[in-house]
Design a protein around this ligand. Structure first.
Ligand SMILES: Nc1nc2c(ncn2[C@@H]2O[C@H](COP(=O)(O)OP(=O)(O)OP(=O)(O)O)[C@@H](O)[C@H]2O)c(=O)[nH]1
Ligand SMILES: [Mg+2]
Length: 314
């Protein structure tokens, strides 16, 4: 038996490059919400993956961007703090083209993050995600452009969507971690609690259904999570929905106009969000779900520390 390796691997990069999709793919469970809109993830999410060679705790982080306002600053700080705690850094990028629309090139946003990574005294792997979206001949010139800014310990090509290259990424990451016993109980796969995940799944539906400034201005707090009609743990059977969980949640937005959008004509939008959220919650919990979702305006909550506290983000 080879000596096992274990440790923390940070998943960092620009918003929307597929960090959370990759985390879910690695763990094999949906522990992080995903959306086509940037700035979906707001705090760190750990996903633990076990293999015969050891254990990796992957840490998904908010996308690093030019932060303005308390929410954005807290998100970027969470991502940067993860860099300090990690044994290995996985820097995720998606292939990008320069101004001519043909030649692969590094965007200014990626360049800025690379500068931030420069002082780190630990292995940094370049992970090119979304390889399913570009012609193969563009990949090597793209890597050459990124590697010209700084060298990487390894370069990996993956598609978090199809799973291509993900097993190889796990093997390579493990090999770079220090030797040592697992840090987490092998049955643990995430640090996320059910109640927090429930709030995130509701927010995911807000992101899916609403456009423009609403996603960024939305936060979800679970006010009550009543499990009294849920089957007791040892009695739970796999498959099917058993028992009922009653969830009362508040969806915070920043302005009356946003409240009007999420409620919609005669409540149609809120109903659609609620219906889809209830289905996602039922899948997560394995129970029927009663969901009471209210909308509240918390003016400019994204701008201040006090606002973040009000919506449960600190
Ligand atoms: N085609 C393709 N799409 C992908 C891939 N990985 C992720 N996506 C899509 O890219 C979008 C963003 O994915 P996320 O996982 O939310 O990205 P993220 O990096 O976590 O974004 P933030 O949390 O905002 O920083 C979603 O629409 C995903 O479905 C991939 O390998 N291929
Ligand atoms: Mg994310």
């Amino acid at each position: 038996m080879p000596t096992p390796h274990s440790g923390f691997a940070a998943l960092v990069g620009r918003p929307n490059v597929g960090k959370s999709t990759l985390l879910n793919r690695l763990v094999g469970e949906k522990i992080a919400i995903v959306s086509p809109k940037p700035q979906t993830t707001r705090s760190r999410i750990t996903g633990v993956v076990n293999s015969p060679e050891g254990q990796v705790a992957f840490v998904d982080t908010p996308g690093i961007h030019e932060a303005k306002g308390a929410l954005n600053k807290a998100m970027v700080e969470a991502a940067l703090a993860t860099l300090q705690d990690a044994d290995v850094v996985l820097f995720l990028v998606e292939p990008s083209l320069g101004p001519d629309g043909k030649t692969p090139a590094v965007t200014p946003g990626v360049r800025t993050i690379l500068e931030r990574l420069a002082p780190l005294q630990k292995p940094v792997l370049l992970v090119v995600n979304k390889v399913d979206t570009v012609p193969k001949p563009l990949l090597l010139p793209f890597v050459a452009a990124v590697s010209a800014v700084r060298p990487f310990a390894e370069v990996l090509f993956v598609s978090a969507l199809t799973g291509d290259g993900v097993a190889e990424l796990l093997r390579t990451t493990l090999a770079m971690l220090p030797e040592g016993p697992p840090l987490f109980d092998p049955d643990t796969f995430t640090d996320q609690q059910e109640v927090g995940l429930a709030a995130e799944l509701i927010r995911e539906q807000v992101l899916r259904h609403c456009r423009q400034e609403v996603p960024h201005a939305s936060a979800v707090v679970v006010d009550a999570f009543d499990e009294s009609e849920r089957a007791p743990l040892p009695g739970r059977r796999p498959g099917g929905l058993q028992g009922l969980v009653r969830i009362h949640a508040t969806l915070f937005v920043e302005r009356d106009s946003q409240k009007a959008i999420v409620i919609g004509k005669r409540g149609a939008m809120l109903k659609a969000i609620g219906t889809d959220a209830r289905k996602a919650l039922a899948r997560l919990l394995g129970t029927h779900v009663y969901l009471d979702l209210r909308v509240k305006v918390e003016p400019r909550w994204t701008e201040t520390e006090r606002g973040l506290r009000k919506v449960g983000l600190t």
